[in-house]
Design a protein around this ligand. Structure first.
Ligand code: 5GP
Ligand code: ZN
Length: 109
């Protein structure tokens, strides 16, 4: 989608610190980390939020969860949060579905 920052990261037209990917999903470090480990996991296709993704492309949601969980288990001691802000008044600021993986116990940050 034009003017979507995460679509631009997926396309490679703006840089990001990529930590993993599958055919359907991409994981990269949050530009403003709020914990020692803070990565974002996004579907490569544009969906406005996780609720839309769950309805419109559930296989991509499963793929996103599996990629995020695998990376979280590699990058932490196994204790992490995996959260999805959904809607402006829940704190969503980028309207391309994404999960936040945060941990204060990274193995590597
Ligand atoms: P939200 O507030 O929508 O749940 O999360 C959006 C997240 O995207 C924020 O944590 C913010 O720091 C991150 N973010 C915004 N713009 C960029 C960017 O250009 N690159 C990266 N890597 N993260 C971004
Ligand atoms: Zn997008």
């Amino acid at each position: 989608m034009i003017d979507c920052i995460f679509c631009k990261i997926v396309a490679g037209s703006i840089p990001a610190s990529i930590v993993g990917e599958t055919e359907r999903s991409l994981a990269f470090r949050d530009v403003s980390p709020r914990q020692p480990l803070h990565i974002l996991v996004v579907p490569k296709d544009h969906h406005a939020n996780v609720a839309d993704l769950s309805l419109n492309d559930p296989e991509s949601l499963v793929d996103l969860m599996q990629l995020g969980s695998r990376l979280a288990n590699e990058l932490t001691t196994g204790h992490f949060r995996f959260t999805f802000n959904t809607g402006e008044f829940a704190g969503q600021t980028v309207f391309h579905a994404h999960g936040h993986i945060t941990s204060n116990q990274p193995v590597t940050s």
